[in-house]
Design a protein around this ligand. Structure first.
Ligand code: HEC
Ligand code: HEC
Ligand code: HEC
Ligand code: HEC
Ligand code: HEC
Ligand code: HEC
Length: 331
């Protein structure tokens, strides 16, 4: 059988064509793989305790039995511990609602910008939230709010981040304010001879995503639990991967819509959880027990996160003024 030159040429041409297609397609798909490799799937690591029951954790009182000296004094002043406190701690605010609440408020919630009033409801682990808001800067109640107690609002909308050990089904909490459990987890008491058994011990080397999950459970105020639909995590236990159940948008437009404080938080969480960059976490800049962010001043001014709060135009380093507010916390 004789093969014509023409057929040869056509064959070679087809072969070259097929090879080109093969390489083009391979180049395209592998470049696609590379871009998707840059983004990490937030849900793809670790465990969770979604839907389970709140563990019988060791309470702060018990921890302080041994840690009174190193932690006690600072803890008494820590904002986490004080987020809900007795009304007697805020005499001016209490005075302002004296006429309308007639002594029914037992607790206050909040800090320097906004204060709310709470009372125990009939049920265990529940609080009623009063509709009125007190402005501690102007020393006055917000206008145009009628005075009433809401009975289901606090459990569904607030409890997960302002109390400890919240059951996502019943919306009940086990301790007021934020206890050691919220950050250190279900602590094994055997850590007294081996401190690496407890989260945040100096000897531990937890990954950035474990650390950031712990702080983000409360400090990301734009997320939602997929399982419960609530704006706070479902039975998160420190050590878990928050993002298996907690849905958060890291899109640029979600970031720019936030005030500078919430934005630097979401940006740091995104860098760790979504971009897989684990060199900077909250603890690079913050010390929780000392309530200090002093160490941030020693970092490189080149880092993108600085631009949230600082400008550096023509070599001059200035700090922006920022105002915190949150739809979720209603201030
Ligand atoms: C996802 C967690 C989360 C939920 C849910 C949540 N908060 Fe907050 N809230 C926070 C965090 C975190 C802060 C501290 C933010 C900061 O200072 O940067 C805060 C701060 C506050 C403050 C203090 C403002 C100030 O600085 O004086 C008040 C008041 C408040 N929240 C009320 C509420 C109320 C009322 C609800 C329910 C309607 C609620 N929060 C739900 C996380 C949450
Ligand atoms: C809001 C999160 C949070 C809460 C709540 C919390 N801790 Fe910590 N703790 C940390 C972090 C983070 C560290 C690591 C050092 C730092 O950043 O201050 C730490 C460190 C420690 C240390 C090591 C010593 C030190 O100062 O570095 C001890 C002991 C400790 N915590 C005990 C407690 C006890 C007891 C409670 C409850 C009364 C508690 N913590 C509540 C976050 C928390
Ligand atoms: C029976 C006493 C005791 C109790 C109760 C206790 N601790 Fe400790 N804890 C210790 C001792 C002792 C150490 C130091 C162990 C070491 O250095 O090896 C320690 C170490 C730690 C550390 C690491 C400190 C560091 O410098 O790295 C943390 C964090 C911590 N405890 C948190 C807690 C928390 C949170 C609770 C409550 C849930 C708690 N502890 C309850 C005795 C106790
Ligand atoms: C269980 C919820 C919760 C967790 C977990 C939590 N925070 Fe907070 N944090 C709050 C709330 C609520 C406030 C504001 C309290 C107030 O002023 O009423 C706050 C206040 C703060 C503040 C401002 C007050 C201060 O002490 O300087 C910083 C900074 C902070 N948190 C950092 C962290 C870091 C870092 C972590 C992780 C180690 C963390 N938080 C974990 C709820 C939480
Ligand atoms: C690059 C450093 C840096 C990183 C990373 C960082 N922060 Fe901050 N953060 C700051 C500084 C600086 C402030 C302003 C301090 C001040 O107001 O005294 C601040 C403010 C805050 C505040 C408000 C404090 C207040 O007193 O009102 C909270 C809450 C907070 N950060 C939480 C976090 C959490 C949670 C993370 C991790 C997801 C984080 N930050 C990561 C530097 C950082
Ligand atoms: C969340 C806001 C926030 C972020 C993010 C932040 N800073 Fe700051 N920074 C502040 C505030 C507020 C002050 C004023 C003093 C204080 O409270 O620490 C300050 C003060 C400083 C100072 C000393 C005072 C001055 O103006 O010279 C330096 C230096 C500094 N920051 C560097 C940095 C660097 C570097 C980064 C990035 C790695 C950064 N900051 C990120 C809020 C922030």
């Amino acid at each position: 059988m004789v093969i014509h030159a023409e057929t040869w040429r056509r064959g070679l041409f087809l072969l070259a064509f097929a090879c080109t297609i093969f390489f083009v397609v391979r180049a395209l798909t592998s470049s696609k793989k590379q871009t998707s490799r840059k983004l990490v799937d937030p849900a793809a690591w670790g465990e969770d305790h979604v839907g389970g029951s709140v563990p019988d954790y060791v309470t702060g009182g018990e921890c302080l039995f041994c840690h009174r000296k190193d932690i006690g004094a600072q803890w008494a002043k820590n904002r986490h511990h004080l987020t809900i406190r007795s009304v007697v701690e805020e005499p001016k605010a209490t005075q302002a609602v004296a006429a309308s609440l007639k002594g029914t408020a037992q607790f206050v919630l909040g800090g320097k910008k906004n204060i709310r009033f709470l009372r125990r409801s009939g049920a265990y682990g529940k609080l009623d939230l009063h509709s009125q808001q007190y402005d501690p800067v102007m020393h006055k109640l917000s206008e145009k709010t009628e005075s009433s107690w809401e009975s289901h609002s606090f459990g569904k909308n607030c409890a997960g981040c302002h109390t400890t050990g919240v059951d996502a089904k019943t919306h009940t909490f086990s301790s007021l304010s934020i206890d050691c459990f919220s950050c250190h987890g279900d602590v094994d008491l055997k850590h007294n001879s081996n401190s690496s058994l407890v989260l945040f011990a100096a000897k531990r080397e937890d990954s950035a995503r474990v650390t950031v999950s712990i702080c983000a459970q409360c400090h990301v105020r734009t997320g939602k639990s997929r399982s419960s639909g609530l704006p706070y995590a479902n039975n998160f236990i420190p050590g878990d991967n928050l993002f298996r159940d907690f849905e958060v948008s890291f899109a640029d437009k979600s970031l720019v819509s936030l005030n500078l404080v919430d934005r630097h938080i979401l940006e740091n969480v995104r860098d760790v959880i979504r971009l897989g960059n684990d060199s900077v976490t909250c603890m690079t800049c913050h010390k929780v027990h000392q309530s200090s962010s002093d160490r941030h001043q020693r970092l490189s001014k080149e880092s993108a996160i600085c631009a949230n709060c600082h400008d550096s135009k023509s070599g001059e380093w200035t700090t922006k003024t920022f105002k915190k507010h949150s739809d979720l916390c209603r201030y």
